[in-house]
Design a protein around this ligand. Structure first.
Ligand code: FAD
Length: 557
């Protein structure tokens, strides 16, 4: 075994689901879901201690997540775009080859994971079941059932917290039973993670052999086509390849530039940087657990030790990792975190229902090239810079269109390769000024914000080739170009590229007015707003909007 100086987090991080008995010398099963890695994987480490027995490494292809859904708005299943499904398959393939090098392999099964697991436990006479603890609601419910079955038949369950640096339960307990709602208070309560100084197990000399699989149908990691998808379904695939090997390589590259790490300041990054993104692009690897967040943390600490001066949270690279922890903790400690209704930390706002507007935003057809290019990057790459995400989330919600954050969240949830339940919901609430951040008067301009970073419009030209010949003075507002210029650029606005769906100045003013009224109602009702109150406010806001539009029309003599 190869350990990095100082092993896995201290037992306190495993406290949620302690080892129930010491069943050595019997078969174990390691159930991979996230945590798709060999390095720093306490569930794998524990399963590998089946000294005289076999170890069954299992991944279950869950139809709920993986089955093609031809009715979805983009290729993929009902929940995930095909980019993320491919990224997951690449990660599984890489995990399988990592296990094979150690004398094991990944056993891939299909079906409802709870039922599949129970069959495996029975058939393979498993005495020890190991899987990483997962705070997402889907896994909370699934794991509860699996654990109940396992303990009823005397199978030891080991489910350590290793997806995050901290155990969200510990932080919530330390904070008197409530999740801290500000980043600063989170930092104060959290302190140093217990894994800061511990030694991480990075590799093994070998792993226990696979036992007889009996009548249970297992397969190798399937190809995309075997799941019913086609390589030509997407005209451009994400440039980011899934897997632990890729994750470690990316991490090594990022941290080898110590000065870059030490000077990292998130708000200063260029969201339009394409060839070399301004941030690490480690999010999809952290999402699937191809990279251990604890290893990432330790690597950053080592760089900081070497560099006399470095940036600090919230803007530093370490600060970014702590934002992840913050959202995991608030998500775990908040009822209905993924909804506006019934969510105690979310402002109740009478968002508009407008399917056509939502579709135009989703498909990159708003008529604002900066917004559309970002949405095309999402469709093609499944990843965009944080500030690009800010721009489009603000535009959809409180900035211009006044559409519900849950609808934007759904589009991101499907298309992002780093789609993460806690982080995505948390950031959508933030950007829509529904929670965490409340300065609704501060709105990103869909014109000047991008221009600041990329005055030539290279990013727009890349993702929207229809605008590639538009002169730079019109690239962010092509509708202002004289017809002769549009003709020369072979892009007539309204024909080859859409006219802007709203005029930003007027739309953002209207949005601010609506937010102001919604905030006032939330204050008056002390957050206890019912459906009827919201309906009344929506009606009032719409009537006011109509009369505002009427009053703004030029009066004829
Ligand atoms: P880096 O800047 O290199 O940061 C390193 C790591 O820190 C990231 O990989 C990520 O794990 C974490 N991190 C960085 N920023 C944040 C943040 N604001 N909140 C929480 N963790 C952060 N990130 C996701 O991982 N999944 C999502 O589904 C997701 N949805 C988002 C939705 C919206 C509307 C917005 C505004 C942001 C969202 N983010 C999401 C957060 C952030 O944009 C991405 O984590 C980041 O852009 C990923 O790029 P990176 O790995 O290069 O980040």
């Amino acid at each position: 075994m190869r350990r990095l100086p100082s092993s896995v987090c201290s037992p306190s991080s495993h406290r949620l689901n302690p080892v129930t008995s010491m069943a050595t010398g019997s078969n174990s099963l390691i159930w991979f879901r996230k945590g798709l890695r060999v390095h720093d994987n306490p569930a794998l480490e524990h399963a590998s201690k089946a000294s005289s027995g076999s170890m069954y490494p299992v991944f279950v292809i869950d139809p709920r997540y993986m089955e093609p859904d031809p009715s979805a708005f983009s290729p993929g299943s009902s929940r995930a775009g095909v980019n993320r499904i491919r990224f997951l398959l690449e990660s599984l393939k890489d995990l399988d080859s990592g296990l094979k090098k150690l004398g094991s392999r990944l056993l891939v099964l299909r079906g409802e994971p709870g039922e599949v697991l129970v069959r495996c436990l029975r058939e393979w006479k498993v005495k020890r079941l190991c899987f990483e603890y997962d705070t997402d609601p889907y896994y909370q419910a699934l794991d509860f059932k699996v654990k109940e079955y396992a303990s009823s038949v005397g199978v030891e369950v080991f489910s350590p917290v290793s997806h995050t640096l901290f155990n969200p339960t510990d932080i919530i307990q330390k904070n008197g039973g409530k999740a801290p709602l500000s980043y600063q208070s989170f930092l104060k309560i959290a302190g140093e993670p217990s894994c800061a100084e511990s030694e991480l197990l990075m590799s093994y000399s070998s792993l226990p052999p696979i036992g007889d699989v009996g009548s249970i149908g297992v397969s190798e990691v399937p190809k995309l086509e075997e799941l019913g998808y086609r390589e030509d379904e997407q005209d451009e695939w994400t440039p980011f390849r899934g897997g632990e090997s890729e994750a470690l390589e990316r991490l090594t590259k990022s941290i080898s530039d110590k000065a870059w790490v030490a000077n990292f300041e998130k708000p200063k990054g260029d969201p339009s940087a394409l060839l070399k993104p301004a941030t690490t692009v480690l999010s999809p690897y952290l999402k699937f657990g191809c990279l251990s967040s604890r290893y990432f943390y330790q690597c950053l600490q080592r760089v900081y030790k070497d560099m006399k001066k470095h940036t600090s949270p919230p803007v530093s690279l370490l600060g970014q990792l702590l934002w992840r922890e913050f959202f995991y903790t608030t998500a775990f400690g908040t009822r209905n975190f993924d909804k506006m209704k019934g969510n105690p930390i979310c402002k109740q706002i009478p968002w508009k229902e407008d399917h056509d507007m939502l579709a135009a935003w989703r498909d990159g057809k708003t008529g604002y090239p900066w917004i559309d290019a970002i949405m095309v990057q999402l469709l093609k790459w499944g990843w965009m810079h944080h500030l690009a995400r800010h721009s489009v989330a603000c535009f959809l919600t409180r900035g211009d269109l006044f559409i519900h954050w849950e609808q934007g969240r759904d589009v991101f949830e499907r298309l992002l390769i780093d789609s993460d339940w806690a982080i995505n919901n948390g950031n959508w609430m933030w950007l829509s000024c529904s929670s965490f951040f409340y300065q609704y008067n501060r709105i990103y301009s869909p014109v000047s914000f991008g221009k600041k970073y990329d005055p030539e419009g290279k990013y727009i030209r890349h993702f929207l080739p229809v605008l590639k010949d538009m002169p730079k003075q019109y690239i962010y507002e092509p509708w202002t170009a004289p017809l002769s210029v549009q003709t020369k650029a072979k892009c007539i606005v309204g024909k080859d590229y859409p006219k802007p769906m709203v005029m930003h100045d007027a739309a953002s003013k209207e949005c601010k007015r609506k937010m102001g009224e919604a905030y006032a109602l939330n204050k008056k009702m002390n957050g206890n707003i019912g459906d009827d109150d919201l309906k009344d406010l929506r009606r009032k806001l719409e009537t006011d909007e109509e009369s505002n539009i009427r009053n703004q029309r030029p009066k004829l003599n």
